[in-house]
Structures are given as C-alpha cells and as structure tokens.
Design a protein around this ligand. Structure first.
Ligand SMILES: [Zn+2]
Length: 94
C-alpha cells in the first residue's frame, strides 16, 4: 500500500489533508454567514463589514459536509487544531 496520494497542507488561516477519494479542510475558504445562514455569502460581508465564520469541510467523491467552527468545540484559533477537531467530530458522526 502506498500513501503517495496523501497530501497535508497548512498555513495560519487554513489546514487540510487530501487523499484518494476525499479530504478534510478547515479555514477561510469555506465560511458560514451567521447573518443570513448561507455558506460562502459575500453580500453580508460587503454590506455590514461582517466577518463570517470559518468552516470545517469533510469531502468524499460526492458530498461536502460543512461544519462551522462554533460546532467543532475547539477553543483555539489554530487552523490545524480546528482541522483535527473537525475530523474527530466527523468520525463521531458516521
Ligand atoms: Zn449572509
């Protein structure tokens, strides 16, 4: 078995792992607007100078399951730590 398709990446504002058939991500690229409830809402951000909530995304070939940071339970802002919380929450849910 080879792990050549596994890719881990992280910075200060995102973290993720991709693998054959899916991946996990946490960070600024997927957000939830808590004013209107939309994912990746641009309108409220522009109108209200509002910072939407960063999200965790669990992906397989067909589906993205999106969980906002407030539902992960991680008290810190660290992207890698939030990613790990997200993977745990996802694994608990399946
Ligand atoms: Zn909005």
């Amino acid at each position: 078995m080879t792990n050549s398709k596994i890719c881990v990446y992280y910075s200060s504002d995102y973290a993720g792992i991709d693998f054959d058939g899916g991946g996990f991500y946490y960070g600024y690229e997927t957000t939830k607007c808590n004013l209107c409830g939309e994912i990746d809402c641009a309108d409220c951000t522009e109108k209200n100078d509002y910072e939407p909530e960063w999200c965790f995304v669990a992906s397989d070939r067909n589906t993205d399951i999106i969980t906002p940071k407030s539902e992960l339970g991680c008290k810190n802002e660290n992207a890698v730590e939030n990613l790990l919380y997200g993977i745990a929450v996802y694994m608990e849910s399946i």
